[in-house]
Write a protein that binds this ligand. Structure first.
Ligand code: MLT
Length: 242
């Protein structure tokens, strides 16, 4: 009998070097808000998102015709087209456009896992599409929580727990980080917003008047896209394969 593949959770960007990412399909998670916003932008017709580490690199791509999105400390950086709010992209005309994107944690996590077998981005807003695709691959999965500046956060752990819980059965679970994430999800499943209310980034966003971003980012299956990272860009794999 064939052994079921593993599903594992990496609780923060700082822990990525403790995994051999080459052995896994990696799902990068930054619920508030980078991976949620990637899904919105791709669903709105962006043809490619180029995640970059610095504001400078983002500016350079603007000169090559890219639209630009830049966030630092959860705020839009002046001089760029967008910040990192899902609403920035929901409300914009993006059909056929290319987007350069830099954020504090999410884009950094993508860079850190670049040697993985395959890399996709996950969020509640594309959860079912992601689950269907992961099941079809039949390969070990590593759920990488971007966290906040190398620290663990609740919202990414919660989502990793949701994915691991859904995959259990088709996949094996054999480590404590995954069990922690699954326990968190089982506790918070029916009251996610309430549960996250005292989390650091929730409070940060609410202080900045971005409560609606949190609410939006916790809604399931609003954007049926699969952000797939290859050769430095994210594309919607479903659109490319259609
Ligand atoms: C990040 O990548 O650090 C973020 O998604 C932060 C944010 O804009 O809320």
């Amino acid at each position: 009998m064939r052994l079921r593949p593993l599903v594992r959770v990496c609780l923060s960007t700082a822990l990525i070097p403790t995994f051999k990412v080459e052995d896994y399909i990696v799902v990068v998670i930054d619920i508030l808000r980078a991976t949620t916003s990637f899904c919105v932008a791709l669903d709105k017709g962006v043809t490619e998102i180029r995640p970059v580490p610095s504001l400078r690199a983002c500016r350079r791509l603007a000169r090559e015709g890219y639209l630009t999105a830049a966030e630092r400390g959860a705020q839009k950086v002046p001089g760029f087209d967008f910040g990192n709010s899902p609403f920035d992209f929901l409300e914009a005309d993006l059909q056929g456009k290319k987007l350069a994107f830099t954020t504090t944690n999410g884009t950094r996590a993508l860079w850190a896992v670049r040697k993985a077998k395959k890399i996709v981005a996950g969020a509640f807003v594309n959860m079912s599409v992601l689950l269907t695709w992961l099941r079809a691959q039949e390969e070990p999965v590593l759920l990488v929580c971007s966290g906040w500046k190398d620290h663990v956060n609740l919202e990414d752990t919660l989502f990793a727990g949701a994915i691991a819980t859904e995959l259990e059965g088709d996949f094996r679970v054999n480590d404590d980080a995954t069990l922690i994430a699954m326990s968190l999800y089982q506790m918070a499943e029916h009251r996610k917003k309430y549960y996250l209310e005292h989390s650091a980034h929730f409070e940060r966003l609410v202080e900045l008047g971005m409560q609606r971003d949190v609410k939006y980012s916790l809604r399931r299956d609003l954007h049926p896209v699969l952000p797939y990272y290859k050769d430095g860009v994210l594309i919607d794999l479903l659109r490319v394969q259609a």
